[in-house]
Design a binder for this molecule. Structure first.
Ligand SMILES: Cc1cc2nc3c(=O)[nH]c(=O)nc-3n(C[C@H](O)[C@H](O)[C@H](O)COP(=O)(O)O)c2cc1C
Length: 349
């Protein structure tokens, strides 16, 4: 559901449904004949229908936690929202009826845990009536003691910046002091039920991805498509090794790019390693912070000894990963693939 990348031509498809082609070939949008609402009303008269209508808005699912003295609280919440990048602020709202209300109101810090697709149980546990919601739950203390749950998609450790009245809820604004992101699918909540993100069917329709095990279909798969899929697949599986080395995909590309051609500048790195300019810039800055890069007197970039050591560790992991990943494929086939890819690159470089 990457709405930000929803192609314009697909947006046009939606309007196609509304548009009508006149005899003169011109397309006109018919006069608005809106369908009758399934339900409508005044929230003051029908609170339940109002709640259902609000629930049409799809969200992620978070568990927000805090600790005061030795007491911990955790509440499942989907009112979480980003608020400001500079300063870094987020917000959520807690029901004044919540048993945890008094604790959150006093907490100097709180943590937002964004749940992964396989964490429905946690969502249920933290929205239920149990007295010890943390029993059997794996977590680590974060800033101010606020529990950070294991295996979430992302977490934001916040200091309480401001509290605002929000009717029967209290709006809590947090200043993000630390964030962490993992490569996992997020749990969603939409129209009253748990969900997972899937590409919009219009996007799928644009994609050429016939089944590989269909011999007739396999003939038609363009080589470009296979190369792209193979790259995405291997890169996805290798992600855990990058994480284990404490490196992002972009940082790894910069490390490898500078090893292959020492002295590249950011722009050249971006072009050579297929990185966005902004991503290359960020990765270079982060690698400097990790002590992995050096800038020589002429301003060019080089790997530091620490950077070279990280690259070497990564290459060792890659070798092991490759052996595991390719196990089961006959050796001759692997050699055949290797020589084909080499030739392709040599011919076109
Ligand atoms: C998907 C989902 C989203 C929720 N969002 C919120 C929310 O944003 N704020 C809130 O106060 N309660 C929210 N709740 C309800 C609380 O999780 C629930 O009332 C919980 O039992 C409160 O815990 P407590 O009484 O132990 O404090 C949500 C529940 C679910 C299942």
């Amino acid at each position: 559901m990457e709405l930000g990348r929803f192609p314009r031509k697909n947006q046009a498809r939606v309007s196609d449904l509304l548009a009508r082609t006149e005899g003169n070939g011109e397309t006109t949008v018919p006069p608005a004949t809106p369908s009758l609402p399934f339900r409508e009303g005044d929230p003051a008269q029908d609170a339940r229908a109002f709640r259902h209508c609000l629930g049409q808005y799809a969200t992620g699912v978070t568990v927000i936690t805090a600790q005061v003295d030795n007491d911990k609280a955790g509440v499942t919440a989907n009112s979480f929202s980003s608020l400001s990048l500079d300063p870094p602020l987020i917000l959520w709202s807690i029901s004044r009826k919540s048993r945890s209300f008094a604790l959150f109101e006093r907490a100097s810090h709180f943590a937002v845990n964004i749940l992964a697709a396989d964490q429905i149980e946690l969502s249920q546990g933290f929205s239920g009536a149990e007295t010890d919601k943390f029993a059997g739950v794996a977590w680590q203390p974060g800033l101010g003691g606020a529990p950070l749950l294991d295996d979430v998609v992302a977490s934001f450790e916040c200091s309480t910046e401001a509290l605002h009245d929000g009717g029967d809820h209290l709006i809590m604004i947090g200043r993000v002091r630390r964030f962490a992101q993992h490569e996992r699918a997020a749990l969603l909540f939409a129209q009253g039920r748990y969900a997972v993100a899937e590409d919009h069917p219009d996007l799928k329709r644009d994609r050429v991805a016939p089944a590989l095990d269909d011999p007739a279909g396999a003939q038609e798969i363009p080589l470009m498509n296979l190369l792209f899929r193979a790259h995405n697949l291997t890169s996805g599986h290798f992600q855990q090794h990058r994480e284990a080395q404490g490196l992002t995909r972009a940082q790894v590309r910069v490390l490898i790019g500078l090893y292959e051609v020492p002295g590249l500048d950011q722009e050249q790195l971006a072009a050579r390693m297929y990185l966005g300019r902004r991503d290359a810039e960020d990765a270079v800055e982060e690698l400097f912070e990790l002590g992995c890069l050096l800038r020589t007197s002429d301003g060019s970039l080089r790997l530091s000894p620490a950077g070279a050591a990280r690259r070497e560790a990564l290459i060792a992991r890659a070798a092991q990963f490759e052996a595991d990943f390719l196990s089961g494929i006959p050796k001759e086939q692997i050699e055949c693939g290797r020589s084909f890819l080499k030739q392709l690159i040599q011919n076109r470089q």
